[in-house]
Write a protein that binds this ligand. Structure first.
Ligand code: M6R
Length: 615
């Protein structure tokens, strides 16, 4: 949930730390800080953003060849300078620590360390790590060994980077439950929460595994595992050449990452479906080598996900039941993990996540596996993520890095992948004729072009956005396949414009929420020309009759007329099963333009962060 960068080089690393933090700001932006070694440790911290930290570094002419840096999403302790990382400790030698994750036993550790005379100056769980390492350094004078001893006492998920005043020129990094990788450069070596932070200096990356502890110097690195608080053995990890490009992580001509990511959707979906474009038919091998064997055994699906990814799962449940004839349950991961669900031996558990590091999703999947579910599939956008490693089968959405906190291209690529899964399963279960399969492949091939067309409604959406900016509440309505799309539209609007928005299955309106409708309550309806359109029209009449202002996204052939209080934007002709993917686009744009009108921070909305690696 926070971003970490560490650098040890033969030259000044402050620009590398700052640039790295800028790239990681999507992970949290409540405060930022860094420390460098240069005749002692020099620490800068601010409750501002990374740009503010850069100004401080400039003013104070901060330089150093070893440093660690952090951008925070607050969990323990309010966003304040006092709680900003790096945290210090040290009696014999001063040390500094940056941390991403949560130390679950921090209260008890805090008491124990206080009893040892350590004074706590922040409200964070991280400070426990700093004091614990300092405590261990009193008996074990080597930082790597002291870190090994310390992490054996920590419970929870973390990635940390540590440096020491007495022996600058060395960083210790450790990973357990939160992402961390090493970057190997020509003039130095680096650590970071993700590859985008290090692309500025190297493409050679090592993805640390759970339990790895690394020692970095400007000349080299080593990775060890620890057992019972002691170094156990040296570990060899493969060096990967990152295929991330600077184009993928830069804004280019766009004003915001969210805008860039909305417009990248045709390409992102095309990349995700690339193997289908070249194929005559769809093969289960798309989901992994064992997919044919595993998928042929399953008789139901359980989807676990959070937020936008959960909405993708909800759409998929309609597809899987209707097209593949498979019962499908979709669960909010944070709820599932605390229930006593019954595990079916032939259920395929599908974890959906953009980041692959959402703590609730990982824990829910883990829980499902502990209950006896043997078959699992991840649909994820990050190849090296924990989620990908936790399942037997996997499908990578190839959306490219998604940096805006509001998920856009991850969602549409998840939907495209889930439709592919549906077609695969339907085919394996003899629910799909050859002719129907060809039709669906043709529709998928056409999807990028259809998305391109959907993007063209932007000027109309922009005009609507002006009206929404004055409102405090909005309702989103949909039916069937498009109810989850209404939920996604409401989530986007509330997330970045701070307008309170709720989604309802349109038929539910009369059972309560209709009481909310008046002239100040804009009602957005997703009204494709499907079998439920006539039902939806009746629901819209109920709103209209009560003075509600309707904003309807319809298909060109939906036959809904514009009138006083009924505004209509038409997409192309009804796209059948692909319709939810296309109807997502104007809803994303609506949220984006309303946020622009309101002047909120589109890419970094208040209180949020991109990857939620805590419970
Ligand atoms: O990385 P994930 O897909 O697992 O993230 C799940 C949610 O945190 C995420 O979709 C969140 O709801 C988005 N900010 C919504 O735009």
């Amino acid at each position: 949930m926070c971003g970490i960068v560490g650098a040890v080089a033969k030259n000044n690393v402050v620009p590398v730390l700052l640039e790295g933090l800028l790239r990681l700001e999507y992970r949290g932006y409540d405060s930022a800080g860094l420390v460098v070694a240069n005749d002692g440790l020099h620490r800068l911290r601010t409750t501002g953003r990374v740009a503010e930290l850069g100004k401080l570094a400039n003013e104070q002419e901060t330089l150093g060849e070893t440093g660690i840096a952090h951008t925070r999403w607050a969990t323990h302790g309010v966003p304040s300078e006092r709680n900003a990382h790096p945290h210090y400790s040290g009696r014999i030698s001063k040390i500094a620590v940056v941390h991403n994750g949560i130390i679950e036993n921090y209260e008890i550790m805090r008491e124990q360390l206080q009893a040892e005379g350590f004074e706590f100056v922040s409200d964070t769980d991280t400070e426990v790590i700093a004091h614990l390492i300092a405590f261990n350094l009193q008996q074990i004078p080597d930082l790597l060994e002291a870190v090994c001893a310390s992490i054996s006492k920590l419970q929870g998920a973390y990635a940390i980077a540590v440096m020491e005043e007495a022996r600058p020129g060395r960083i210790i990094a450790a990973r357990n439950g939160a992402p961390l990788l090493l970057g190997l450069g020509d003039t130095g070596n680096y650590a970071a929460s993700d590859a985008s932070a290090l692309l500025q200096v190297t493409k050679n990356m090592i993805y640390l595994e759970e339990g790895d502890v690394a020692e970095l110097t400007s000349d080299g690195y080593r990775i060890v595992s620890c057992l019972n608080g002691k170094i156990d053995k040296e570990i060899t990890r493969a060096v990967h050449k990152s295929n991330l490009t600077s184009e993928a992580i830069n804004l280019g001509p766009y004003a915001h990452f969210m805008q860039k990511e909305i417009f990248e959707q045709p390409g992102a979906v095309a990349n995700t479906l690339e193997m289908v474009f070249n194929a005559q038919s769809i093969s289960p091998r798309l989901f992994g080598n064992d997919a044919e064997k595993i998928l042929s055994q399953i008789d139901s699906i359980l989807i676990l996900a959070c937020g936008t990814s959960y909405h993708a799962g909800l759409v998929a449940s309609y597809w899987l039941e209707t097209v593949a004839g498979l019962p499908c349950n979709v669960e909010i991961a944070s709820e599932y993990r605390y229930r006593d669900p019954i595990a079916g031996p032939n259920t395929l558990v599908v974890g959906i996540s953009q980041s692959g590091e959402t703590a609730d999703t990982l824990a829910a999947l883990n829980y499902a596996q502990s209950l006896g579910h043997q078959h699992s599939l991840s649909i994820c956008n990050v190849a090296e993520s924990a989620l990908i490693r936790q399942t037997n089968l996997r499908f990578l959405t190839r959306a490219g890095p998604e940096i805006g906190v509001a998920s856009t291209k991850a969602f549409t690529t998840q939907l495209a992948s889930l439709l592919l899964l549906t077609v695969t399963l339907a085919k394996m279960r003899n629910k799909l004729s050859g002719e129907r399969e060809n039709e669906m492949i043709a529709a998928l091939r056409h999807l990028p072009a259809a998305l391109q067309l959907a993007l063209q409604v932007e000027p109309q959406v922009k005009a609507w956005a002006e009206k929404f900016a004055e409102k405090n509440h909005a309702l989103f309505l949909g039916r069937g396949l498009h109810y989850p799309i209404a939920m996604e539209g409401a989530l986007k609007l509330k997330e970045i414009s701070y307008i309170h928005a709720e989604a309802y299955a349109a038929g539910e309106l009369k059972h309560g929420p209709l009481a909310l409708v008046d002239k100040d309550m804009p009602v957005v309806a997703i009204a494709p020309n499907d079998v439920l359109l006539s039902k939806l029209k009746s629901n819209l009449q109920e709103v209209h009759a009560r003075g509600g202002e309707l904003y309807v996204f319809a298909d060109a052939d939906s036959h809904i007329q514009q009138s006083e209080g009924v505004h209509i934007i038409r997409l192309a002709e009804h796209a059948g099963l692909l319709s939810p993917i296309l109807h997502t686009i104007p809803l994303q744009m609506l949220a984006y333009h309303v946020a622009l009108q309101k002047g909120t921070d589109v890419d970094k909305p208040r209180n949020l962060a991109k990857s939620v690696t805590v419970e």
